[in-house]
Unconditional design. Structure first.
Length: 79
């Protein structure tokens, strides 16, 4: 039994180090449009202030997809 314990430990270390953590996934998602997950967010919706959308996706909204408030204006932001 002692002979297999180090092998199991080595396997556990190798699989966990190669997998991305949830925190890394979230930080990558913050840099992408929350709708298409392809483009950088560059639009803030007024008046709610949600700003996680690219221009192409934001153009489709009359209501904010996050809070459902009516979009009065869309403002381009530079991050």
């Amino acid at each position: 039994m002692k002979a297999t314990a180090p092998m199991v430990e080595e396997h556990a270390q190798s699989t966990t180090s190669s997998q991305p953590t949830r925190k890394n996934d979230e930080s990558m998602d913050e840099n992408l449009c929350c709708i298409c997950l392809e483009n950088k967010p560059e639009i803030v919706l007024i008046p709610c202030g949600h700003a996680k959308f690219c221009q192409g996706c934001a153009d489709m909204f009359k209501e904010c997809p996050i809070c459902r408030s009516t979009v009065v204006m869309k403002q381009r932001i530079f991050l």
